[in-house]
Design a protein around this ligand. Structure first.
Ligand code: SF4
Length: 283
């Protein structure tokens, strides 16, 4: 199976065959692929210009977390088979426009004011790409009474201890590390990235805990056996027992383009929900 041709050149062009499959009840990967940190560097060169960051949507209301204003950025360093982002992820060089942190803050707060939300986020792709932009945005949020939910795949925070330390300077941020599967085999099969990236996700939790940044893990469980979840719970508990108690379950939502992606990857979720049938506890 050949993955999409992407404009983030080098790292991804070397990836030609990646296929996930269920092997003895566990999700496995046929061929190893790309380095998520190197892809982040390449993507950053396309989606940042100094303190400016590329977005394809500057603010929208959302029902998640009981109501949150979201701006959608371009570019990610993973290629999850269940991702709902299309061209802004795969062609970040051609999508979106560059914005200052001040502009994004203004749009987010205007959206939140209009709808009475107390929470803000950057979604759509990976908001930790473009560190200086994100930190400046958080500085602005820190002057308000709102909470910024930093949804991240965590690989950059895991690979850079300084990231968590700098996040610890802000009082209005909560980090949600979205784990892509319960172990490194699932991570590789689901994201197309090298399995070592799973270790970076766990390291992100450790770095955040060590820096006293409020954080919790979420984990994609659509493809995991129950036993794998138990093992995963033990692994996060070893970092901090509180994390196991705060583990949030994530499942695939079957938007049309997500179904297409899963089909192309040859991966079938064990549990998934249609967009109209998402259980209230997952919203
Ligand atoms: S980390 Fe998120 S944005 Fe990136 S590919 Fe995975 S689901 Fe999509």
């Amino acid at each position: 199976m050949t993955r999409e041709t992407l404009d983030v050149s080098g790292v991804l062009r070397r990836v030609s065959v990646v296929k996930g499959y269920i092997d003895g009840g566990r999700l496995a990967v046929a061929v190893m692929s790309f380095d998520s940190i190197r892809l982040a560097e390449e993507t950053e060169s396309l989606v940042t210009q100094g303190r400016l960051r590329k977005y394809y949507r500057t603010a929208r209301p959302g029902r998640w977390y009981g109501g949150i204003a979201s701006a959608d950025c371009c570019g990610c360093n993973l290629r999850c088979v269940f991702c709902w982002s299309g061209a802004p992820r795969d062609n970040p060089g051609q999508m979106g426009k560059f914005y200052t942190p001040e502009y994004i803050f203004k749009k987010l707060t205007a959206c939140a004011d209009k709808l009475g939300y107390s929470q803000l986020r950057v979604s759509g792709n990976e908001p930790t790409i473009g560190k200086e932009h994100l930190l400046e945005l958080l500085k602005l949020v820190d002057q308000t009474r709102r909470t910024f939910i930093l949804e991240t795949n965590g690989t950059l925070i895991g690979g850079d201890e300084d990231y968590a330390k700098r996040l610890s300077k802000f009082s209005r941020v909560h980090v949600r590390v979205s784990m892509k599967g319960t172990n490194q085999e699932e991570f590789a099969a689901l994201t197309g990235a090298n399995p070592e990236g799973f270790g970076l996700q766990l390291k992100a939790l450790e770095n955040l805990i060590n820096a006293n940044v409020p954080a919790h893990p979420a984990v994609m469980l659509s493809f995991s056996a129950e036993k794998s979840l138990e093992e995963f719970r033990d692994r996060v508990a070893a970092i901090d027992p509180r994390l196991a108690g705060e583990l949030e379950e994530e499942y695939v939502f079957l938007y049309t383009h997500v179904v297409e992606r899963l089909k192309r990857a040859g991966v079938s979720p064990r549990i998934a929900y249609s967009p109209g049938g998402i259980p209230s506890e997952l919203i």
